[in-house]
Design a protein around this ligand. Structure first.
Ligand code: ZN
Length: 328
């Protein structure tokens, strides 16, 4: 009899508790659907970016161009056409992604989405100018670029469904850099330091810049009027710290400490990955790589393509944990 009462109590208990659990679960789902992050890839259609407003910096003229026509012009200007087709496809997807990211997250320019200045947005060259610069291979080269852009139409790089800020540069010197080490602020999970073999075979890999003592001081005086360097003391010019990407984080220059990025700007170096030596009357910077070092390296992309990697594999190499997503 006691057992029977226990069973009845249990059955009644279960009948009451199951609906309670179901209600709680349902409520949790309701809450999470309200807070659900809408993915870029669901929020936008490819046709939203059909026409983009391109600012020509030299003339201040704003031109409306079709997105993939713009991508073709940027790819023609940004990457050597002699590179492997897969590397050019990777550049096409990176350029399209970078452009759409800028449109979604707000342009630097008041009435335009993007400009034609490489030091501000992305390099750009008109089809006619590019074909004439290429000379006798003009049409074939343009067809190669168009082939790469067409093969990737509608494709962008996403990280957890969001379109990424697809930075790219010329040559990483073998190792890419994180965002915070170049522009400060917070790092992005898909822009980590990655290593790429084969970049040393490209001319963009190494360069050298030499200054006299006076030239070096004059460059520094533009920013630091009270700069003082005792050139006879080897310790007066010394790299103090490197970044994870192997670039100069801090350098002592006489009575000042500068970041590698600032030194790169002041001395016009190709990258912040450098060694510096006082050689008699001269100061010699030996520089590795070309560009800020964040995201995809173009020579690295070509090196990987020549090892048989596809453009999807190349993009996944440089942008950690991403997917290549095609718009509907
Ligand atoms: Zn710009």
């Amino acid at each position: 009899m006691k057992k029977a009462i226990v069973y009845i109590v249990l059955v009644i208990g279960i009948c009451f508790t199951i609906p309670i659990f179901l209600t709680i679960k349902f409520k949790i789902q309701e809450v999470s659907s309200e807070n659900k992050v809408i993915l870029d890839i669901e929020k936008y259609a490819y046709t939203d970016f059909e026409k983009i407003k391109l600012l020509h910096k030299a003339t201040s003229e704003i031109e409306e161009v079709a997105l993939d026509e713009y991508v073709t012009a940027v790819v023609s200007a940004e990457i050597p056409v002699s590179y492997d087709l897969e590397a050019i496809k990777a550049q096409s997807v990176a350029t399209r992604t970078y452009t759409i990211y800028k449109i979604i997250h707000g342009s630097k320019h008041e009435n335009a989405d993007i400009c034609d200045d490489a030091s501000c947005c992305q390099a750009w060259i008109s089809r006619e100018d590019r074909i004439s610069k290429w000379g006798e291979n003009g049409i074939d080269n343009m067809n190669k670029i168009i082939q790469a852009v067409n093969a990737t139409v509608g494709e962008v790089i996403t990280y957890q469904g969001q379109i990424i800020n697809a930075f790219f540069h010329s040559n990483s010197g073998g190792k890419t850099e994180t965002v915070s080490n170049v522009w400060g602020g917070t790092d992005l999970p898909y822009l980590q330091t990655v290593e790429t073999a084969g970049e040393e075979r490209y001319t963009q890999y190494s360069s050298e810049v030499t200054f006299t003592r006076d030239e070096l001081l004059n460059k520094l005086k533009e920013t630091y009027s009270d700069i003082q360097i005792n050139f006879d003391d080897k310790e007066s010019i010394k790299i103090l710290e490197l970044t994870d990407g192997g670039r100069v984080k801090t350098i002592r220059l006489g009575n000042k400490e500068l970041s590698g990025v600032e030194s790169r700007r002041i001395f016009g170096l190709k990258s912040a990955n450098f060694e510096v030596n006082i050689e008699n009357e001269k100061i010699v910077f030996k520089v590795t790589g070309n560009g800020h070092g964040v995201g995809m390296s173009q020579t690295g992309a070509d090196a990987l393509a020549k090892q048989g990697k596809t453009y999807q594999e190349i993009l996944s190499h440089f942008y950690t944990g991403v997917e290549i997503t095609k718009f509907n």
